[in-house]
Design a protein around this ligand. Structure first.
Ligand code: MEV
Length: 436
């Protein structure tokens, strides 16, 4: 039977599920039951969630967790984190507490410029295109006044438009490279609307331009860029080296030096840098998701930034000067606290309330701190106990759930694994013993 369907989006939710039952589900009753278990009994709330995307048939839960005790620029925060990896929130909380006792985190936004481009081809000479552009540049601003009026009232708008000659890479390829200030909005819709208008203006003006009778501009596409190397936030922590952890195996100075070596390795070794930065993104994505921002945009931009010098490297840095340990991060984060999901998703609204209604710059600072804290926690484990001890302790609950452990069995297992390294096979044999 063919599994090709026409007009799927027009079917009701129930009809969509019926179609899946006919074509894809093996155990129909069970599959439909799973989907329905996640429907919210509050019909309005369910409808709200269904309308966030097309062809929705159920809801997909992720944990909404809290990492308390963050001190950022002398203000206390409990961070909302949406993430499925069991050790991340515990690690963030541990790092927050450690730095709370050492003056907390500081953070500052260095700049907030967003980027968008109109990509087009031109079959004439660049110097003629440049003359045309300079003559008409003002029209791009005046011709978008209806789109920019509101943003300008809030302190934002179009910053600049430049003509870029890219014909050395692809013959006849040029760009309008445009920069924007979008204040508290992530600004994707604003930027894309302006860019599409720029493209219209470019075409209309070029058709009316008498010197272009023989030449033609063709617009290929108009779209914002998620690469935002001038939308940067910096966060850092600092303390006396003597206040770093020490054990009988590793002095505080030894700890500081080993920590620096671990970060330096991620500066020069891309295999390590990718995992190092992945750990940073554990914290960042969790905040980005909880606050209803676009984690794919942030991920793409951050990794491009990490490779900006032609080598993929660490986003964090350590300096040891005199007696002081300083650990910092510089990262591009195009985030918004208005628009998008921020006024629609009840948990996103709650997350922003928890963060005391930050503006976009404050959210950039908090999010960068979450990344730095996560990286601190990861490196702290890696250079001391190793990562598995903490990971497997947190993963224990997933293992026990997958083995359908009862509440009493879970309690006994947790006590047992306080003294034993956690592994799947050990959990299986412990449950077998308990069950016999
Ligand atoms: C796991 O999700 C993240 C780490 O691998 C990060 C790192 O190695 O720095 C622990």
């Amino acid at each position: 039977m063919s599994k090709i369907v026409e007009g799927f989006s027009k079917l009701t939710k129930e009809e969509k599920i019926d179609w899946l039952v006919t074509h894809y589900f093996n155990d129909n009753k069970k599959s439909v039951q799973v989907l329905k278990t996640y429907w919210n009994t509050d019909v309005q709330l369910q409808k709200l969630h269904e309308e966030f995307a097309e062809n929705t048939i159920s809801n997909y839960y992720l944990p909404f967790s809290i990492a308390p005790n963050f001190l950022i620029n002398d203000r206390q925060y409990a961070l909302p984190m949406t993430i499925e990896e069991s050790s991340v929130v515990a690690a963030a909380s541990k790092a927050a507490k450690f730095w709370l006792q050492r003056g907390g985190f500081t953070a500052e936004v260095l700049n907030t410029e967003k980027v968008g481009q109109v990509h087009f081809t031109f079959d004439g000479a660049y110097k003629d295109l440049l003359t045309f552009f300079e003559k008409h540049k003002n029209h791009f601003f005046t011709g978008t006044k209806d789109l920019t009026a509101n943003m300008e009232k809030r302190g934002g708008g179009i910053l600049d438009i430049q003509l870029m000659d890219k014909s050395a890479s692809i013959p006849g390829y040029y760009q309008l490279h445009c920069t924007f200030q979008t204040v508290d909005a992530m600004g994707a819709n604003f930027i894309n609307s302006c860019l599409e208008r720029f493209a219209d203006i470019l075409l209309t003006e070029s058709k009316n331009y008498m010197f272009f009778k023989e030449h033609k501009i063709t617009v290929i596409m108009s779209i914002l860029s998620n690469y935002v190397p001038n939308c940067i936030v910096k966060a850092q922590v600092s303390c006396a080296i003597k206040d770093l952890p020490n054990t009988n195996k590793l002095s505080s100075l030894g700890y500081a030096e080993k920590f620096k070596q671990a970060v330096d390795i991620a500066m020069v070794e891309p295999y390590r840098a990718v995992t190092h930065n992945k750990g940073i993104m554990n914290g960042i994505d969790a905040l980005v998701l909880a606050t209803g921002n676009d984690f794919r945009a942030v991920e793409a931009g951050v990794h491009a930034f990490a490779a900006r010098d032609g080598v993929y490297k660490s986003l964090t840095n350590v300096t040891l000067t005199d007696d002081t340990f300083t650990f910092s991060i510089e990262i591009p984060l195009a985030l918004g606290t208005v628009g998008g999901l921020t006024s629609l998703h009840p948990l996103v609204k709650l997350a922003l309330e928890l963060l005391q209604h930050p503006n976009a710059e404050e959210l950039m600072q908090i999010t960068a701190v979450a990344g730095l804290a996560q990286n601190f926690a990861a490196i702290n484990s890696l250079i001391t106990t190793g990562i598995q001890q903490g990971h497997m302790k947190m993963h224990l609950m997933n293992i026990l759930n997958s083995l359908q452990a009862s509440p009493t069995e879970k309690e006994k297992a947790i006590t047992y694994f306080k003294k034993e390294p956690v592994s799947y096979s050990k959990a299986v044999s412990l449950l077998e013993t308990l069950r016999n």
